[in-house]
Design a protein around this ligand. Sequence first.
Ligand SMILES: Nc1ncnc2c1ncn2[C@@H]1O[C@H](COP(=O)(O)OP(=O)(O)O)[C@@H](O)[C@H]1O
Ligand SMILES: [Mg+2]
Length: 587
Amino acid sequence: MSQAEDIESVDEDGVIESVSGPVVTAADLDARMNDVVYVGDEGLMGEVIEIEGNLTTIQVYEETSGVGPGEPVQNTGEPLSVDLGPGMLDSIYDGVQRPLDVLEEKMGTAFLDRGVDAPGIDLEKKWDFEPEVTEGDTVEPGDVVGVVEETITIDHKVMVPPDYEGGEVTNVESGEYTVEETIVELDNGEEIQMHQEWPVREARPAGEKETPTEPLVTGQRIQDGLFPLAKGGTAAIPGPFGSGKTVTQQQLAKWSDADIVVYIGCGERGNEMTEVIEDFPELPDPQTGNPLMARTCLIANTSNMPVAARESCIYTGITIAEYYRDMGYDVALMADSTSRWAEAMREISSRLEEMPGEEGYPAYLAAALSEFYERAGKFQLINGGEGSISVVGAVSPPGGDFSEPVTQNTLRIVKTFWALDADLAERRHFPAINWNESYSLYKDQLDPWWESNVESDWPEVRQWAVDVLDEEDELQEIVQLVGKDALPEDQQLTLEVARYLREAWLQQNALHDVDTYCEPDKTYRMLQAIKTFSDEAFEALEAGVPVEEIQDVDAAPRLNRMGTAEEWNEFIDEIENDLQEQLRALY
Ligand SMILES: Nc1ncnc2c1ncn2[C@@H]1O[C@H](COP(=O)(O)OP(=O)(O)O)[C@@H](O)[C@H]1O
Ligand SMILES: [Mg+2]
């Protein structure tokens, strides 16, 4: 059945005047900006993006081939919204929240066919509702009225919608309900169901933003150790093709200690998303041992899917993230890649014949990016609680040139910058995050967390590593001119220590069972072990031992096996002992 038959037309139908790819112009349509409309005989879903006199311009979320002038356009009178409620976790959606598995069953194809409508959440499924309010209680917008077990991992908090007035509870009952049934009634006549709609282009209300003080632990040494992201923070991963953007994003989705993960596959190749869709349902959640999908919502709009839905998938994703934030959860959102989103904006803007800005991107590119990242943060909630959204966007600059507009505009906004580097990737140094170019503005505010949860001297040990890597960077220039052997012995030793920092600590193999995840304690211990080597080695050097002999102690190369060591505590103890013994035996 087509959508056009499904919906009640609230206004007079319009008539298609012209079709240009995803952009359709209609005449005589009574519409407001951002209204959702159904276009053509097949009822393809679209959104009003421009109104000029009698002409309405619509971006259509489905392929428009074969759609032509004279066909009708119906207005729903509603803005593009997501349906928020239990059942979103463990789901895979397209850019306008149509579930891909449901659609697949209906259409027998992996991706969407045209004019198919499917609700974002299951309207028939019954959920076991446990009230947390009783009759006579007063509730306000955002307050939790009860809980359903959405998945084995996550309790879904049913909240008074933010646009309600609130009041006294006159009726509430526990039991099995669908998301559309009323579970709580208020004295002012308001009825609360387990689902609520929210327009995707409007941030859900929240209180003040707070300064984030907890890291989003990624389990990746270079990220946690040198360039940490806060829970509620923003990060960008720019890098050329093949440098590791997708692997990095997927590592975050798998290992980061967020309660909820929203993963947006935006405009990248279809097979990458297929991998995610096939992989993720098999993977366990390292925090709970439950399936990873029990805390994950996937949104897929791959390069073979319609371009306008790519523009919307970012908004669909962030709105879903806000809804779980409102429950008090720490949500992490990954978007791979924001460049494809920007390109979708560019394509639509050029079809509208808008005045182009830099490199053909619309003049509002910077504003769109900053509005998106603005929706990240650690928030006080309207119900008095706290919740956070961390946002990590991959950026794919053409040719890996970071001076292009999407990278530059993103850098002005985000506070953590993980710069992927083609040379490192080529040398198979993974993650190929360039430690000279990357930065995190959260470092200082997260130190107290490390000091109390990991080790009190963490800031000093990390600073030591940063200094050694900086020194290596400077020495490299000389080495290139005159060779390593021309350096004084202490500088040669510094290079040796830096090599272990790079190979044993910064490198981490996402494809290795053990090395793929490194808890903060292990990140610290590994670094400490390299520092032990350094301290002992410099003592030996001072006592007159030649640098060649120091480099040759057989405990040193074992540093490179710390990452993959399963019993790492014992393994590192042993290396530290042996290093001490062997280096002291030299003098
Ligand atoms: N952390 C990592 N550990 C091991 N291999 C990696 C890592 N990051 C990237 N790679 C390798 O690089 C390849 C390309 O990475 P990918 O994330 O697909 O790049 P991009 O998304 O930037 O095009 C991967 O298939 C993998 O072989
Ligand atoms: Mg990729």
